[in-house]
Design a binder for this molecule. Structure first.
Ligand code: B12
Length: 302
C-alpha cells in the first residue's frame, strides 16, 4: 500500500504552510487527498504536485490560474524557460554559503543554510542537488588540505543531524504499518565514507522503507547479527574505497547472511568487488537511481 502522509508532514516536506495548504484545497481543489478518521491523508503524487505548484507560485504564477492543470501540464510549465526550478548557479551559490560558514567555523550559520535549503527543495532534490555536491566539495577540499578534519566533521555532523531529522519525519508515517520491509544501512570495517549510505537511507525512507541505520565502519558479524535480530529484508553496504579489509568483510558478511536478507552493494568502488561471486543474494547497485528501484521492488514484493 502506498505511504500516506498527514497534513502536518506534508507542510514540512513541501514548505507550504498549513493555512495555505487548506486554502489551496478548499478554494482551488489543487489536490484532493483521501480522508480518514485521522484527517487528510496525502500520497506521494499529491506531495509532488504540491511541490511543483509551490515552485510555480514562487515564480509568479497565480494559484487560481494553475491549480486545475494536469500533472503533465504543470511539469511542462515548470520546464519552460524562466520557470525552471532553482538554477544550478543558485544551488552552487547556496552550497558556497555553507562552505563559507565552515571556513569560519560557524556551525550555526552552516546549519541554518542547510535547513533553509532543505525547506526550499523537495527531500529527494535535497539529496541529489545539495548533499552529494556539498560532500564532494568538502571532501575534495579536505583531501587538498584546504580545510581541517575539524571543519570536515563540522559539516558532516550538521548534515547527519539534518538528514536524521528528515528521515525521522518520513519514518513516523510508516513506523506502525505492518509488512513494511526493514532495511539495514552500514559500511564495513575500514570504510568511513558515510554519505552514500546516508543519502540512500533518506531516499529509502521517502520510498516507504523502514530503516535500521547502523552507520559507518562496522564489523561484518555485527551487521549480520543486526540483520537477524530485526529480520531485515536487505542490507545496504556502501563501498567507496575497496581494499583487502573491506573485501574480506564483505565476503564474511555474504557468508553469514540470514536466509531472508539480500545484500545490496553500492558506492564508487563497489564495482571492484566481484559481486557475482558473493552468491545469489548479493546485488550490485550502480547508482542511487538503481537503489531507489530496488526499494520500490522490495516494497511491492508479496
Ligand atoms: C568526502 C570524502 C571523504 C570524507 C568522508 C566524510 C564522510 N563522513 O563520509 C573524509 C574527509 C573523511 C575522507 C577520508 C578519506 N578518504 Co575520501 N573522499 C571524499 C570525497 C571527496 C567525496 C566522497 C563523498 O562522500 N561523496 C558524496 C557521495 C554521496 O558521492 P559519491 O561518493 O560520489 O557517491 C556517488 C555514487 O557512488 C553513489 N553512492 C555512493 N555510496 C553509495 C552507497 C550506496 C548503497 C548506493 C546505492 C550508492 C552510493 O551515490 C553518489 C551519488 O551519485 C571523495 C572524492 C570524490 N570526489 O568522490 C574522496 C575519496 C573517496 N577518498 C579517498 C581516500 C583515499 C580517503 C582516505 C583513505 C584518505 C586518507 N589517506 O586518509 C580517507 C579515509 C577513508 C577511510 N578509511 O574510509 C579516495 C579513494 C580512492 C580509492 N578509490 O581508493 C577518494 C576518491 C579521493 C581521491 N581522489 O583520492 N574522504
Amino acid at each position: 500500500m502506498e505511504t500516506r502522509y498527514p497534513i502536518r508532514a506534508v507542510a514540512k516536506i513541501t514548505g507550504i504552510s498549513l493555512d495555505t495548504l487548506r486554502a489551496w484545497e478548499r478554494r482551488y481543489k489543487a489536490v484532493v487527498p483521501e480522508r480518514s478518521n485521522r484527517g487528510r491523508q496525502y500520497g506521494t503524487a499529491d506531495i509532488e504536485r504540491l511541490r511543483v505548484l509551490s515552485q510555480l507560485v514562487q515564480k509568479g504564477h497565480a494559484i487560481g490560474g494553475i491549480a486545475s492543470l494536469t500533472d503533465a501540464e504543470l511539469g511542462s510549465l515548470l520546464l519552460e524557460p524562466g520557470n525552471r526550478r532553482l538554477p544550478k548557479a543558485t544551488e552552487i551559490d547556496l552550497v558556497s554559503r555553507v562552505l563559507t560558514a565552515i571556513d569560519a567555523f560557524d556551525a550555526s550559520t552552516a546549519g541554518d543554510e542547510l535547513n533553509r535549503l532543505a525547506a526550499t527543495l523537495a527531500p529527494r532534490e535535497f539529496v541529489y542537488k545539495v548533499v552529494v555536491p556539498l560532500m564532494r566539495t568538502v571532501g575534495e577540499r579536505w583531501h587538498a588540505g584546504e580545510i581541517s578534519i575539524a571543519q570536515e566533521h563540522l559539516v558532516t555532523q550538521a548534515l547527519r543531524n539534518l538528514l536524521g531529522s528528515m528521515i525521522r519525519l518520513f519514518q513516523s508515517t510508516t513506523a506502525n504499518a505492518n509488512g513494511v520491509p526493514k532495511v539495514i544501512f552500514a559500511t564495513p570495517s575500514g570504510e568511513s565514507h558515510e554519505f552514500g549510505i546516508l543519502s540512500s537511507a533518506m531516499l529509502a525512507a521517502m520510498g516507504g522503507i523502514r530503516l535500521v541505520y547502523l552507520g559507518p565502519d562496522l564489523p561484518a558479524h555485527e551487521i549480520a547479527e543486526a540483520a537477524k535480530r530485526v529480520s531485515a529484508r536487505a542490507i545496504v553496504l556502501g563501498i567507496t574505497v575497496a581494499n583487502e579489509t573491506t573485501e574480506a568483510e564483505v565476503r564474511e558478511l555474504a557468508h553469514h547472511l540470514p536466509e531472508h536478507a539480500q545484500l545490496w552493494i553500492g558506492g564508487a568502488s563497489s564495482a571492484d568487488l566481484n559481486v557475482s561471486s558473493l552468491g545469489p543474494q548479493a546485488v550490485l547497485l550502480p547508482d542511487l537511481q538503481a537503489f531507489e528501484n530496488q526499494c520500490q521492488m522490495l516494497r511491492h514484493e508479496p
